[in-house]
Design a binder for this molecule. Structure first.
Ligand code: ADP
Ligand code: MG
Length: 327
């Protein structure tokens, strides 16, 4: 793509002495030819070429991370590379899709080889773990902005949608909630004796790919928890035209989150804080026996719109607002 002079391609600038764009891509991102059979042509031409087998749908998602909005200037680039890919793969997981390819658009103020090396390590290690190929992208100069597009496949008509929850369905979550939220509190100065496990949850979320695949044909609706349980379950409720009641005592909470709640009385933190990247899903009661033992039952879908929580024998209404960029 041609760019205006005052927003020149990193490649064009780099020819004046620094690392050339193509060297940079080759060195850090084009580490091998595509491995996955659906990816017929990867980095190096004008487009990549993909073939989706018959009977499958292509699931596509994009997420951007912007400096000072999603992360701070001092963020560890290796963790950033991991998280950027993780949040995109998490969206595929929430659809029951199996990832196979990603593209990466990098906008950076300057070429910093140490930063790029660490960033690509975090990114490529997670890609390798999930057998995902980086098949293309773009590299430009400007304020640090990181965008990934992720692609996966799902058998025709079997994607897990937000819109199919039914009254009487049971609500589950794949793992503990609130750890990443506590990690953020720790980053902001809240003191705990053992911060590392919470910080790992915040900085190195694991996309629940296997869990999403296992839910095909079982879950009626599914979403990944990026903005917080209340906000994200709220999306399922809205799209499905139903309401829900959660049971506080059933929520899977770590010892550390329980300690935090005991000291601060901030009991709603695990429901309102984001970044957990667990899957929240619904199941009709007759299919519940097919679920793995590792998922946690937390509530039920009801007719009455809105989200409620039953706590100490009382039912309270929960505000389901997540983070909104333009409010
Ligand atoms: P074009 O000008 O035709 O869009 P580019 O010069 O931007 O091509 O990129 C050359 C090749 O390198 C393309 O295959 C593109 O997908 C790939 N590429 C560019 N930037 C990145 C990046 N940050 N990560 C991965 N691949 C990239
Ligand atoms: Mg081209």
């Amino acid at each position: 793509m041609a760019l205006a002079d005052d927003f020149m391609d990193v490649g064009a600038r780099a020819t004046q002495g620094a690392v050339a764009e193509f060297d940079l891509i080759r060195r850090y991102f084009a580490v091998h030819a595509p491995q996955h059979p659906f990816n017929q042509l990867g980095i190096g031409d004008d487009c990549a070429l993909l073939t989706v087998p018959q009977g499958y749908q292509l699931a596509v998602t994009t997420d951007t991370m912007v400096e000072n909005v999603h992360f701070f200037a001092d963020a560890d680039p290796e963790l950033l590379g991991h998280k950027l890919l993780a949040v995109n793969l998490s969206d595929l997981a929430a659809m029951g899709a199996e990832p196979f390819a990603v593209t990466l658009a990098l906008t950076m103020p300057k070429i910093n080889a140490d930063w790029l090396q660490a960033f690509s390590r975090g990114f490529m290690n997670l890609a390798k773990l999930h057998r995902v190929d980086l098949i293309g992208g773009d590299t430009t100069s400007g304020p640090l902005t990181l965008t990934v597009q992720a692609m996966g496949t799902v058998p025709q008509g079997r994607a897990l949608l937000r819109s199919q929850a039914q009254v009487g369905d049971l609500i589950y979550v794949t793992g503990p909630i609130g750890n990443a939220g506590l990690g953020l509190k720790i980053k902001q100065g809240y003191q705990v004796s053992n911060p590392d496990p919470m910080l790992v949850c915040l900085y190195q979320p694991q996309p629940r790919i296997a869990e999403g695949l296992a839910l095909r044909g079982i879950a009626s609706a599914c979403i990944d928890i990026s903005d917080g349980m209340a906000a994200d379950l709220g999306h399922i409720l809205e799209k499905s035209g139903v309401g829900a009641r959660l049971q506080w005592e059933r929520l899977p909470l770590s010892e550390q989150v329980l300690d935090y709640i005991q000291s601060t009385q901030d009991w709603s933190m695990p429901l309102t804080a984001g970044d957990d990247y667990e899957l929240c899903f619904t199941v009709t009661p007759d299919l519940a026996s097919q679920l793995s033992d590792h998922v946690h039952y937390i509530g039920v879908i009801e007719t009455e719109p809105g989200l409620r929580i039953q706590r100490n024998g009382r039912v309270e209404s929960l505000e389901s607002k997540g983070f909104e960029h333009f409010s």
